[in-house]
Write a protein that binds this ligand. Structure first.
Ligand code: FPP
Ligand code: MG
Length: 348
């Protein structure tokens, strides 16, 4: 794994190295973003414009969630996947990219209601500040707006992939991997959950991007598969960062997953490596003190489970890049490769 990570760091533009960690300047573009720099700026304007509605309450909640930033990873995937589509104009690519970001934001707003979350992306959540009713309605509005944008493209096949992703997201959100004595079962349930809640949205962004004003079944299948593998890697790293990142990097409290009883790959690998450890199971079952919870978070953080999870993510990244191997060697393909590599070295 260290070999893979070492070779990846060169693909990012780093501004500084402090305390051995690499950080990026605010506003600086990561290598995979350079090809779509202009599109990403246009996307940002389109996303912020969604908050310009006459209803004051909605305008406030939309500004809160859309102004909180974010990696804009899903729109970047749409923009890169549609980059070579000769007939796709900028306006249509931005519409689809905006739809992907709005759908993603809608799912997060609803997820924060379900999880009773107080903060996300360093800001207070709508449910925390204004209550569940406004949060649900804000998510609904974003979901509706994303559907309107996709419909405006006039492509039933793209609308169909979009709808598939929505239904899979709901199924993924409903899954709750349970802490079985047989950890292989728990791991299978975890894989199914992250596939549904994260990978399908990345697959949708890639697949629909490749379909926009183009008709290449091979590219479509390759981009779907790339997005799926990338999404798996992305979520595994998210679950690692829940243990290893700082609260400032995460924009939400560290160790949230254990606290909420959410089983993720680092805790599964930890339990496999330390079958006699009673604390982590107690924490995940919801019967532990705060001191024990902190001890469990620290124990996982210092264990080989973190490196094991990173290795698993790196395998998914290699798989994702492999799915691009039959695609023409274009700048967009190179950016998609760089994006996949970025996913495992990111810090937030
Ligand atoms: C975050 O998981 C959850 C998701 C990314 C998916 C949420 C999906 C839904 C609420 C269903 C579909 C919704 C719509 C609007 C179609 P997490 O809680 O593990 O991660 P977190 O720590 O970022 O909250
Ligand atoms: Mg959540």
């Amino acid at each position: 794994m260290s070999k893979v990570r070492g070779s990846l760091s060169a693909t990012m533009t780093m501004s500084s190295q402090s305390n051995g960690s690499q950080t990026m300047c605010a506003g600086e573009r990561i290598s995979y973003q350079r090809l779509i720099e202009m599109e990403l700026s246009a996307l940002e304007l389109a996303v912020q414009a969604v908050a310009e509605v006459p209803n004051e309450v909605l305008a406030r909640t939309l500004s809160l969630v859309l102004g909180a930033g974010g990696k804009r990873l899903r729109p970047a995937l749409v923009l890169l996947a549609s980059h070579g589509n000769a007939h796709a104009n900028l306006e249509r690519r931005i519409a689809l990219a905006t739809a992907a970001e709005l759908l993603h934001t809608a799912t997060l707003v609803h997820d924060d209601v379900i999880d009773l979350a107080a903060s996300r992306r360093g800001s207070q959540t709508v449910n925390h500040v204004l209550g569940n009713t406004l949060a649900v309605l804000t998510g609904d509005y974003l979901f509706g707006k994303s559907g309107e944008l996709v419909a405006s493209l006039g492509s039933p096949p793209i609308m169909s992939v979009f709808s598939w992703a929505v239904m899979e997201l709901v199924k993924g959100e409903l899954l709750r991997p349970h802490l079985s004595d047989d950890l292989a079962t728990t791991e299978r349930e975890y894989v199914a959950k992250i596939r549904g809640k994260t990978a399908v949205l990345l697959a949708m962004a890639c697949e629909t991007g490749s379909m926009l004003d183009a008709n290449d079944d091979h590219a479509r299948a390759a981009m779907h598969a790339y997005g799926m593998s990338l999404g798996m890697a992305f979520q595994i790293i998210d679950d690692v960062l829940d243990f290893t990142a700082t609260e400032a990097e995460l924009g939400k409290p560290v160790g949230n997953d254990l606290r909420q009883g959410t089983v993720t790959l680092p805790s599964i690998l930890f339990m496999r490596q330390h079958p006699a450890d009673p604390i982590i199971r107690r924490v995940l079952n919801g019967g532990a003190s705060e001191a024990d919870t902190e001890r469990a978070v620290e124990a996982v953080r210092r264990s080989g489970a973190i490196e094991g999870s990173r290795e698993c993510a790196a395998q998914y990244v290699a798989e994702a890049i492999g799915h691009l191997s039959t695609m023409p060697q274009t700048p967009a393909r190179r950016s998609l490769e760089a994006l996949a590599q970025f996913v495992v070295i990111r810090h937030d």
